[in-house]
Unconditional design. Sequence first.
Length: 333
Amino acid sequence: MATRRRVLAVVALLLLAGCAGMGGGGDAGGAREGGDGAQMAGSDGGSSQPEAADAGASSGDGGAVQVGDAAADRAIVRNGRMVVEVENYSTTADAIAARARASGGYVSDSNRRLHRDDGETWYTGYIVVRVPSEEYGPMQSMVDEQGTVRSEETTTKDVTDQLVDLEARLTNLRERRDRLRTFYERANSTAELLRIEEELSSVQRDIERLEAQKRSLEQRVAYSTLRVEMHEPAPEPGAQQVPYHERSLVSAFLSSVTDVYVFTRGLLVTVASLAPWLAVLAVPVVGGRRLLRGRSLPLVGRSRSESTAADSDGDDRQDAADGPDAESPDDDA
């Protein structure tokens, strides 16, 4: 009986195991059915993907517009230089400056130089204008109409990455500043307050420096720079070498008048320059003469009669010294 019970228990366990296996198979079948359903749904979804691709392809124009907008959002610094030969420097420079102001720009720098050669004069120089970026092309066209363009160049520089980097660094520094301010309010000791305050000042200086760099870059992006170098035509060398006998009478007369004027003016300038020296040198001469007049010097300041009387007195004294024994030339004769 014990043996039969054991056999029956084993059979019961086997039957239970078989039922459990059948149930697992059903679950697996359900899973397979679910997987098949998901695969079918995926196949249906896959069939809808080409339609979405076709829709994206049909909107190709909109994609091009987006690319153009992305390119327009780039930060570009533009600098240009033009060399122009003009008939009148002053008129052209005034016209360029007026055009720059009318377009919302301004003149940042200018220079003009006068040249002279054998009575001929002409001007050379440059003017630097800064105009909004969208007005750079029209400004170049306007300058092109002012004369003969000898050379023209434009350089561009993309500073978008620099601006993005500056903005990121500024964001980090501002967040750090806010944290330091919180720590400053919660500090418990004077030493900690001083340390946080020093670090806060350093962060603030860095923020101000980066903000200045950012403003400068944004200003350079917003306003393009154009340097216009202008020069009037210089006189030809051959026209200056005119033979003397072929000069016109009017030009010869005017040249002579100019020479006389230059000589007279130079003489007057020389006299005016020497006058103080002559006055200084005349003082000792006049004083010396007055001293000589006040003194009685030999043979100086005496009349001829006084000199003759002095000579005769000298002879009489000499005869008295010789005595009566002296022989005279008459006795010898």
